[in-house]
Design a protein around this ligand. Structure first.
Ligand code: PLP
Length: 381
């Protein structure tokens, strides 16, 4: 094929399905024939396998609890911890709006902290500052949700130390960082609990909506498992108020096909990132920063590009699709603007990032020819 004819989408979910078609079709057929479609053997097996995968390599034994999506995973953890009305939860504005939506779903008050401009992750120094002198008029801060954005770990040692000293819960949002590590430790095993989205585009994705929580605290896991189904600790008996946020068997069976492929998929993402790093080395744009000890999983490969529209157009004519994660920070969205609390930095770095970030194509099934096409386009910038 002529190189000009190579088109590189920013993501390609169909390619992932085609690569795994036989195994996925068999898993779906198995569920269809089973006569059991929600919260059954597949879901239980996925939870066991996910917990074991997280715990491999020395982490505490993690209990995973499946649910309907990543937003619900965050909300389930907050409910399980007893966090709701009368509580503030700190997180970032530079995230999928879902993180903040989940805080408000449980009736808690979000407090948005700015990011470290190098990692795009929560600024631990500002977190310490707001815990020392909380903004007036807010309920007490009960938890913080660091978001491992793009697949890069937050500064967890600092955040955990600050959280422990303040007596607040640390809930990791790992929706973009399945398999990422910090100093060899698996993300999602470091805090009190972790929420994972399994939306189709994520590093571990279902073929529909799905999510999973994980925690080393078995009692918290049992409580979340009850809350996700009407608060039932026994069938038809609601001992506490719950919701409906179940994991269906079809998605669980598909996820069981994909979990063993996740580490190889992340390795492929890192190899693609290394190729882009090399192509960018001579040019005007810096490759994504990796903090010491961080094993990035490149959910997105993100550059800062001041003349973003022009660069996106130049890449587009070279057949390279790009995306913006995210063009409008949560605190500037109409639904939140003017009413959501911010820390003393006023999310200034977040606003600057939103105007500059651009995501290149990165997904495990990207071909070598597609990678080379992107690299050639980058070298020509
Ligand atoms: C995708 C995502 C979520 C929400 O997940 P859903 O499955 O779409 O509800 C939450 N946080 C972050 C950082 C995400 O990227």
């Amino acid at each position: 094929m002529n190189v000009q004819d190579i088109i590189v989408p920013q993501a390609d979910l169909g390619a992932a399905y085609r690569a795994q078609k036989d195994a996925i079709d068999a898993a779906v057929a198995r569920v269809l024939a089973s006569g059991w479609y929600i919260l059954g053997q597949e879901g239980a097996a996925f939870e066991r396998e996910y917990g074991a995968w997280l715990s491999a390599g020395g982490a505490p034994a993690m209990t995973a609890v499946g649910c309907a999506n990543g937003t619900d995973a965050i909300a389930l953890i907050l409910r399980g911890l007893g966090i709701g009305p009368g509580c503030t939860v700190a997180t970032v504005s530079h995230t999928a709006v879902a993180t903040v939506a989940a805080i408000e779903m449980v009736g808690a008050t979000p407090l948005l902290i700015d990011i470290d401009p190098r990692t795009f992750c929560l600024d631990a120094a500002e977190l310490a500052e707001v815990l020392r002198s909380p903004p007036p008029g807010l309920p007490p801060v009960r938890a913080v949700i660091p978001v491992h954005i793009y697949g890069h770990a937050c500064d967890m040692d600092a955040i955990l130390a600050i959280g422990r000293a303040a007596g607040i819960a640390v809930v990791e949002d790992v929706a973009q960082a399945h398999g990422g590590r910090l100093d060899g430790r698996m993300l999602g095993t470091l805090g009190d609990a972790a929420a994972f989205s399994l939306y189709p585009t994520k590093n571990l994705g279902a073929l529909g909506d799905a999510g999973v929580t994980a925690t080393p605290d078995a009692a918290l896991a049992a409580r979340m498992a009850a809350i996700r189904q009407y608060g039932w600790h026994r069938r038809y008996i609601s001992d506490e108020v719950g919701v409906n946020s179940r994991l269906d068997e079809m998605q669980a069976a598909i996820l069981r096909v994909r979990l063993p492929l996740l580490d190889a998929g992340n390795a492929r993402r890192r190899a693609v990132a290394a190729a882009y790093d090399a192509a960018l080395a001579e040019g005007p744009f810096a490759a994504p920063y990796r903090a010491p000890g961080v094993e990035h999983v490149f959910h997105q490969y993100v550059l800062r590009v001041p003349d973003r529209e022009g660069v996106m157009e130049r890449l587009r004519v070279q057949g390279v699709a790009t995306a913006i994660h995210y063009p409008v920070p949560v605190h500037e969205q109409a639904a939140y603007k003017g009413r959501v609390a911010m820390g003393p930095a006023g999310c200034a770095e977040t606003a600057r990032a939103a105007g500059e970030v651009m995501s290149l194509p990165v997904f495990p099934e990207i071909t070598d020819a597609q990678v080379e096409r992107v690299c050639a386009a980058l070298r020509a910038l």
